[in-house]
Design a binder for this molecule. Structure first.
Ligand SMILES: Cc1cc2nc3c(=O)[nH]c(=O)nc-3n(C[C@H](O)[C@H](O)[C@H](O)COP(=O)(O)OP(=O)(O)OC[C@H]3O[C@@H](n4cnc5c(N)ncnc54)[C@H](O)[C@@H]3O)c2cc1C
Length: 472
């Protein structure tokens, strides 16, 4: 590809949340090419719903060519093979060369390289729609075959917990199916408040799941799993959910040390090379952000604006990360909302998660005209399929769609507060209430010192506890 006009060339590597957000932000003043190995964008945060076969694969996919060309940009489906920083070129595996004036690297994360021996061959990962479909099909086949079968989920982070929830959502009443989860920490979702672990534990015990905490997998064998403690267990299906690793391209291009994420400034410029921006899961800020889709999108937007500013010789702006709010579903059996102020639990939160998915997809796929409306209607129709309804909804709709509740998880449950998170002795939360912001913002202001709070107008400080307002 050669430059065909005076428009500066911006190349975006990876068309996930970060890459697509960057492409949307850049306008016609730039000649933009987005490269990805896959033809379709895949909505990774909802992959777990393929395990219960509640979501259809087509609901989670969007055609990249359509999304990118709608912005007036070029989509190139190819495997990125190398970044030549000296010549400012990207090389693709099919022999293509893409020169750039600014480069945005949004390659996400790759399959974990820390998996136990045998995991690559005998366990399945959940990182793509195809893998989600394969897990859902295998699970159904095991259950339909009857007899005694065991499923092992490795990892009790977000993906492991959500996968377990989906298995239980569909198969918790099936006899003969042993479900277990192996997790190396004492608590599920170890970085979240303990209240979430305890609430999950109650559901898990109720559903007869074998939870192996403080335990790790030493090796995966055909039809079996061996633990570090020496225990050997049959496992007809082993699902590996633990961790992701940086793309090897980052180190090969000198953007990161081997096996590490690429260090970036708050402008999202690579610390190794100012005309290269690294965003999304691939990037590591000095105060690292959780590897989540909303952070990836925010980084993509900021990097695109900064690339345009850099090319125009203007000053770059720093990323202001959105506040962290988590919505975790446990297969419609339960759901959790966590922010700096509160932890909520309740199956009704699963509907909020579905709404977020629908809004997220509609925002990416702002289809115009009849074709756009048709795609939206199809996604909504897929969401309304009976199988994907929460049990609680199906137990209140009339015959023939209704179903008698099977257990307490098929009864409506409104969210309840599990915990108020007033960890600064209540001061930050009280100040947040007075200022109309979150406790995190107040704590961050506090960390920046009393001067930050002094910048607030006196009226805004009304009601802020004196120990904070005075810089305490
Ligand atoms: C199972 C699962 C569940 C998740 N759940 C949640 C959740 O509930 N909430 C949440 O906020 N986040 C969730 N995440 C995390 C979220 O999906 C990621 O943070 C987000 O996708 C990161 O966006 P990204 O653009 O950096 O990378 P990605 O979305 O991974 O996109 C990277 C793109 O780069 C392409 N690529 C990589 N290497 C090459 C190459 N060499 N050549 C060509 N193309 C290449 C890939 O094909 C991919 O399209 C989940 C992730 C997974 C896997």
């Amino acid at each position: 590809v050669t430059a065909t006009s005076a428009r500066p060339r911006v190349v975006i590597l990876g068309g996930g949340f970060a890459g697509l957000a960057a492409a949307r932000r850049l306008g016609e003043r730039h000649q933009v090419t987005l490269v990805d190995r896959g033809a379709d964008f895949e909505f990774l945060p909802s992959l777990h719903e393929l395990v219960s076969r509640c979501k259809k694969p087509r609901s989670l996919r969007l055609d990249r060519e359509r999304l990118v060309s709608r912005q007036g940009h070029v989509f190139r489906q190819a495997e990125v093979a190398a970044i030549d920083r000296e010549r400012r070129e990207v090389h693709t595996a099919d022999g293509g060369v893409l020169p750039y004036e600014a480069l945005i690297v949004a390659l996400g994360s790759a399959r974990s390289t820390h998996a136990a021996p045998g995991a690559a061959e005998h366990a399945v990962a959940l990182r793509s729609v195809a893998e989600g479909v394969a897990i859902g099909d295998r699970l159904k086949q095991l259950v339909d075959d009857g007899g005694r079968r065991a499923v092992t989920i490795v990892g009790g982070g977000f993906t492991g917990v959500e996968v377990l929830g989906e298995v239980l959502r569909r198969y918790r009443k099936r006899r003969g199916l042993t479900v277990r989860l192996v997790h190396p920490h004492a608590r599920l979702l170890a970085e979240q408040p303990a209240a979430v672990h305890h609430a999950l534990r109650r559901v898990i015990d109720d559903c007869d799941v074998e939870l192996l905490l403080d335990e790790s997998v030493a090796a995966v064998e055909p039809g079996a799993v061996r633990l570090v403690s020496g225990r050997w267990m049959r496992s007809e299906l082993t699902i590996w959910t633990a961790g992701g690793s940086p793309s090897p391209l980052l180190a090969a291009a000198g953007l990161a040390p081997a096996g590490e994420w690429a260090p970036v400034r708050r402008t999202l410029q690579s610390r190794a090379c100012p005309e290269i921006f690294v965003v999304g899961d691939s990037a590591e800020l000095r105060h690292p952000l959780a590897k989540q889709s909303y952070h990836a999108s925010a980084m993509g937007r900021r990097a695109a604006s900064n690339a345009a500013r850099l090319l125009a010789g203007r000053e770059l702006r720093k990323l202001a990360p959105p506040p962290q709010r988590l919505l975790i579903t446990f297969g419609h059996l339960s759901g959790f909302y966590v922010d700096d102020d509160v932890v909520l639990e309740g199956a009704a939160l699963c509907l909020a998660r579905e709404a977020l998915f629908q809004v997220g997809m509609a925002e990416l796929d702002r289809g115009r005209g009849e074709a756009g409306r048709r795609r939206l209607r199809r996604r909504l129709r897929d969401a309304m399929r009976l199988r994907s309804w929460p049990g609680a909804l199906r137990s209140v709709v009339p015959f023939p769609f209704g179903r008698a509740p099977r257990d307490r998880y098929d009864l409506p449950a409104l969210p309840r507060v599990l915990e108020w998170r007033r960890d600064d002795g209540g001061a930050a939360a009280a100040a947040a209430g007075a200022l109309g912001t979150s406790a995190r913002t107040v704590r961050e202001l506090g960390e920046r010192g009393p001067r930050a709070l002094r910048l607030l107008r006196p009226r805004q400080l009304d009601g802020v506890p004196p120990e904070l307002a005075n810089g305490g």
